[in-house]
Design a protein. Structure first.
Length: 139
C-alpha cells in the first residue's frame, strides 16, 4: 500500500463524515426549534381555550398543531427502525413492490405493544394481507 494514498483517503473520509455529522446536527437543531415553536403555539391555544375563547377555527388550528407535535417524533422513531427500502418493478405486471428492511419486530412492538407475544424476535416475517395490494381480475 501507498502510505500517502491511505493518509489522503483517511483525511477525505474524516472530512466527509464530519460534514455529514454537522449537517445532521443542523437538521436536528432545526427540528428541535420547530417543535419548541409548535409547543409554544399549543400552550397559547390551550390558554385561549381555558379562558373561554372557543371557535371552530381555533379547534382546527389546535388539532393541526397537535398533529405536528406527534408527527415529528413518530417519523424520527420510524426512520431509526428502517435500515433501507428496496423498490422492485415487475415489468410483466407493471407493478411495484416495496421491500422494507429493518427492525421489523421493533416496528410491530411500537405499533401494537404486546402484539408479538412470545414470538422469537429474530425470526419475524411479514407478508401483506388481503387488501394491501389492488386486486387484479382475469390475468
Amino acid at each position: 500500500m501507498q502510505p500517502d494514498a491511505v493518509a489522503e483517503f483517511v483525511a477525505a473520509f474524516t472530512r466527509a463524515a464530519n460534514a455529514q455529522r454537522r449537517d445532521e446536527g443542523i437538521k436536528h437543531e432545526q427540528t428541535r426549534k420547530a417543535l419548541k415553536d409548535v409547543e409554544r403555539k399549543l400552550a397559547g391555544l390551550y390558554d385561549a381555550i381555558a379562558d373561554g375563547f372557543r371557535t371552530p377555527g381555533l379547534l382546527q388550528k389546535l388539532q393541526a398543531l397537535e398533529g405536528e407535535t406527534i408527527r415529528a417524533p413518530a417519523l424520527d422513531l420510524l426512520r431509526s427502525l428502517i435500515d433501507r427500502v428496496v423498490v422492485h418493478h415487475d415489468a410483466g405486471t407493471k407493478g411495484i413492490t416495496l421491500e422494507v428492511e429493518g427492525a421489523l419486530s421493533a416496528m410491530i412492538a411500537q405499533a401494537q405493544p404486546g402484539g408479538l407475544g412470545d414470538v422469537d424476535l429474530s425470526s419475524v416475517k411479514l407478508v401483506a394481507g388481503v387488501g394491501f395490494e389492488p386486486t387484479t381480475f382475469r390475468l
